[in-house]
Design a protein around this ligand. Structure first.
Ligand code: SAM
Length: 239
């Protein structure tokens, strides 16, 4: 089993692939207020945990859910009735088709970077359109060494002011922001911990390594999760 196969063995059969929940989606929607007949892009949708909530927010509109990992799109299509209101696409979230009232990006913008993603999404926003994203960031000036060591895997990680600066560097302004509540982390980590336990007994070395890394991530959050968090941001072009 390759490291990539091991990664996706763990990261399959889960409803979500990053922290978040109904409440945190609701917060962002209350700030972004897409029209009832709006068009929404779920950029980096994973298996599509937020898709039903997005569909409910635009009852006369459309949701386009895009992820580059085909099995996630297949899982989403198998779980939800893919009708005219939901288009589930395997592809690049940075090259969506058409124009949107809201681009929702939960835990995926780090793949591209905040400034770059906002610049590239700008031509895909309808007048009055908004982007809502979540980005991991430091909550304290001096995080514990263990947390800093772990998050070296994301060298661009900054703090709230740093995220704000990246929004402004793109020529956008932040309309609202807040730290994702603990329940959103639990909604991701509790099913992930259960899946680790399920896979552990039979795991060969490549998978065992991936399980151990994921356990370390969860354990770090339980002990030092107050030093970092997901910043939820709602932003719009400044001009
Ligand atoms: C941490 S997961 C979050 C998934 C989902 N939003 C959620 O909250 O469950 C990040 C997702 O972004 C997807 N992704 C990363 N870069 C992408 C790109 N350029 N185009 C489409 N999907 C991308 C990955 O395949 C992965 O499913």
């Amino acid at each position: 089993m390759t490291p990539e196969e091991a990664f996706f063995t763990l990261h399959s059969d889960l409803l979500r692939e990053g922290p978040g929940d109904e409440e945190s989606l609701g917060w962002a929607l209350a700030q972004a207020r897409p029209p009832r007949d709006g068009r929404v892009l779920d950029a980096g949708c994973g298996p599509g945990a937020d898709v039903e909530g997005l569909l409910a927010a635009v009852p006369e509109g459309q949701v386009v859910a895009v992820d580059q990992h085909r099995p996630y799109i297949d899982e989403l299509a198998a779980r939800l009735d893919v009708d005219a209101r939901l288009l589930a696409v395997t592809g690049d979230m940075m090259q969506p088709e058409g124009m949107f009232d809201l681009i929702w990006c939960a835990g995926a913008i780090y793949h591209v970077g905040v400034t770059e993603a906002l610049r590239r999404w700008r031509p895909h926003l309808k007048p009055g359109g908004r982007v809502a994203f979540s980005e991991i960031a430091w909550r304290v000036d001096n995080p514990p060494l263990e947390a800093r060591d772990f998050w070296q895997s994301y060298p661009a990680m900054t703090d709230r002011e740093g995220v704000l600066a990246r929004v402004e560097a793109a020529g956008w302004r932040m309309l609202a922001d807040r730290w994702l509540p603990e329940a959103g982390w639990a909604a991701y980590y509790e099913p992930l911990a259960a899946r680790i336990a399920h896979l552990r007994a039979e795991a060969l070395p490549a998978l065992a390594d991936v399980l151990t890394q994921a356990e370390a991530e969860i354990s770090l959050w339980r002990r030092h999760g107050d030093s970092y968090g997901y910043l939820q941001v709602v932003a719009e072009p400044a001009a």
